[in-house]
Design a protein around this ligand. Structure first.
Ligand code: X8Z
Ligand code: ZN
Length: 634
């Protein structure tokens, strides 16, 4: 009942004015309207999150229908609120916060689709694509391999070229072709929705969240700054992979086959640290085995992470968080395993959903997700439209920034994951920086190309009939990798990365991997750290925590350069702290590559012919082998 009366008041307030055909210039009226909006937004957003949570933690038809309906209800509310908000003469207002709230209320995304049957279809498609991705399996004899943990673990630890290829291709066969047509339809419908909001296409809308007219040029400049280091890392890793798998498999000047990096998308390479370790015989930096040996479980990983946050004086997780989060994969039902953090918009309910495994990778992800929750907690008393990161990249950077501190050998020793006296010589430092670079530097071209591809799909530079080919052109151009087996336009390899069928923009992670080093440097300074940046552990520094907390509290109430200024003292995104952090490794890589006669860069492979050749090599050998066998047997 109470909900109904809010709605009536909200509607009447604007209906009466709309009848008068004059725009409202009274800012007090506007503030009252915004308060009503806030109460109702909390209500509809909560219901939608609840239904979404129920679906993602128990995938079945009934939960899917409830989720689709709750999402449509939320969109109906957003659309009506948008329409009603146009009754105000926002340009005449003087209060900047009020103006900013109205501008955010107009960001209604898919709800812009006026044709209800099309919106129904788009909402259903989104749920279906998520389901296809999340329930995909690879047949292996009489076993069904699930993505998490089976495929993830095999890729991380497997070192057999052909088996890795089977896993890599198996996943793409399992979900890609099914998603391809769905994705095409999604692009058309979503572009139509966003077009109705006055944007050129979805990419244009997504980029608008950064409020930076030069955003694309700024990103390109950042990429050009870090690219030389990526090229050195790529060349070094290629040489070491050539040693491990043979130069016939990993050519000296070629792009690298994509299945050899310990990760389904070749996005982060830390799982192959053992293959590329610069100096052997030093302390173990990969602490997965230590975690297992010491009996860590998911709960221990979450507790350690929270302990780090609270050691900085940041807000602890809530009782509801511990009661309602899903931190391991349930055995009895299908779930969306991809890790995520949830804000239920009632200022009380915050949760993580994750199929945690006891690995160092997942320890990193626990901190990542808890960083999102910390942001939610810090800005929970802001109006709903400001309950976002200063920009989406800031949201992604919080937990990672803290994890930079957690992953230092000093801290790993502190939490019992490195035994004995710490080795702190130059060789141990280079090993550590290599591990970090495999995670942070290797990721940058991937994070950059993901949305280069999507922006081109949305604005038509990539057409529906060449989506896969263009994907591999970008993968080669930016990352220097090639598919290990022939791909064609029945495949849909972009769809095999969670964020693409799940409609989650990706440039936020590129931004995050730059700005997290800016935040880290600022927090290290606040904690009075001295010495090389990469050795900084700001554990138990309330000054570092205060600096971060003050920025998080702002949510998106101010344009992001102001949030950046609050934490770093300057307003721009810059790769300088990242390059400073890795400087000793960059120098070492250059020297090592030169000394080993390794050249950076790669020869251009025409993607289809190249893959065909790669495939034809072993195939030809197998045929010859069979012919010889037959002759011999006779
Ligand atoms: O998707 C994520 C998080 C959830 S926001 C687990 N990440 C990106 C990815 O896995 O592709 C974190 C780093 C990059
Ligand atoms: Zn995240």
């Amino acid at each position: 009942m109470a909900r109904a009366s809010w709605w009536v008041a909200f509607f009447l307030a604007t209906f009466c004015y709309s009848g008068a055909q004059t725009l409202i210039t009274d800012e007090e009226e506007a503030k009252q309207w915004l308060e009503q909006y806030n109460t109702m937004a909390e209500h509809y957003f909560y219901l939608s999150e609840e239904a979404n949570w129920a679906y993602e933690t128990d995938i079945n038809d009934q939960n899917q229908q409830a989720q689709v309906q709750a999402s449509l209800n939320k969109d109906k509310f957003k659309k009506e609120a948008y329409d009603n908000s146009t009754m105000f003469d926002v340009d005449s207002f003087t209060n900047e916060t009020v103006k900013r709230l109205f501008s955010k209320i107009k960001n209604i995304g898919n709800a812009g689709l006026r044709d209800q049957s099309k919106l129904n279809r788009l909402t259903q498609l989104l749920a279906d694509m998520k389901q296809v991705y999340s329930t995909g399996k690879v047949k292996d004899g009489d076993r069904d391999l699930v993505f998490e943990p089976d495929l993830v673990n095999e890729l991380a630890t497997g070192r057999d070229y052909d088996r890795l290829q089977f896993i890599w291709k198996g996943w793409r066969d399992a979900v890609g072709p099914t998603l391809r047509d769905m994705y095409k339809e999604y692009v058309t419908l979503k572009n139509e929705a966003i077009g109705e909001l006055g944007y050129d296409d979805v990419g244009d809308y997504w980029r608008s969240w950064y409020e930076t007219p030069t955003f694309e040029a700024d990103l390109e400049a950042l990429w050009q700054e870090v690219r030389p280091m990526y090229l050195e890392l790529h060349a070094y890793v290629r040489r070491r992979l050539g040693e491990a798998y043979g130069k016939d498999k990993v050519g000296e000047n070629d792009p690298i086959p994509a299945h050899l990096f310990g990760n389904m998308w070749s996005q982060q390479w830390n799982n192959i640290y053992d293959l590329v370790e610069p100096f052997s015989g030093k302390q173990r930096i990969d602490v997965t085995s230590a975690m297992v040996a010491k009996g860590w479980d998911a709960m221990r990983m979450f507790n350690e992470s929270e302990q780090f946050f609270t050691s900085l004086g940041l807000i602890p997780m809530t009782p509801d968080f511990w009661r309602d989060s899903m931190i391991v994969r349930p055995a009895d039902r299908e779930v969306v395993c991809y890790a995520s953090a949830w804000d239920f918009y009632n200022r009380r309910d915050f949760r993580i959903k994750m199929c945690t495994e006891v690995t160092q990778d997942d320890l990193q992800t626990v901190h990542h997700e808890m960083g999102h929750i910390e942001y939610f907690l810090q800005y929970k008393d802001q109006p709903v439209p400001f309950r976002e990161g200063a920009n989406p990249g800031f949201h992604e950077a919080v937990g990672d920034c803290l994890a930079l501190s957690v992953s230092t050998p000093k801290h790993l020793k502190e939490i019992g994951l490195i035994d004995g006296t710490l080795q702190e010589d130059d060789e141990a430092d280079i090993n550590y920086l290599m591990k970090q670079a495999l995670e942070k530097i290797a990721f940058l071209p991937f994070a950059y190309m993901m949305d280069q591809w999507r922006w081109k799909v949305f604005d038509g530079r990539i057409t529906p009939d060449n989506m896969n080919q263009e994907w591999w052109k970008l993968r080669q151009q930016y990352q220097g990798i090639i598919p290990p087996v022939l791909r064609d336009e029945k495949d849909f390899d972009p769809g095999c990365k969670f964020h693409i069928p799940s409609d989650v923009p990706y440039i936020r992670y590129f931004v995050s991997f730059i700005v997290q080093f800016q935040f880290y440097e600022a927090m290290c300074d606040a904690s009075d750290h001295t010495g090389p940046l990469y050795k900084c552990d700001f554990y138990r520094s309330p000054q570092a925590g205060q600096l971060l907390g003050d920025m998080l509290k702002l949510g998106s109430s101010r344009p992001w350069p102001e949030a950046m200024e609050a934490i770093t003292g300057s307003r721009a995104m810059t790769a300088r702290p990242l390059l400073k952090y890795f400087e000793p490794l960059t120098t070492w890589l250059r020297q090592n590559n030169t000394a080993s006669g390794v050249r950076t860069g790669w020869s251009q492979f025409e993607p289809w012919a190249s893959s065909a050749t790669k495939e034809a090599g072993p195939a030809l050998a197998t045929t010859l082998f069979c012919v010889l066998c037959c002759l011999f047997v006779r």
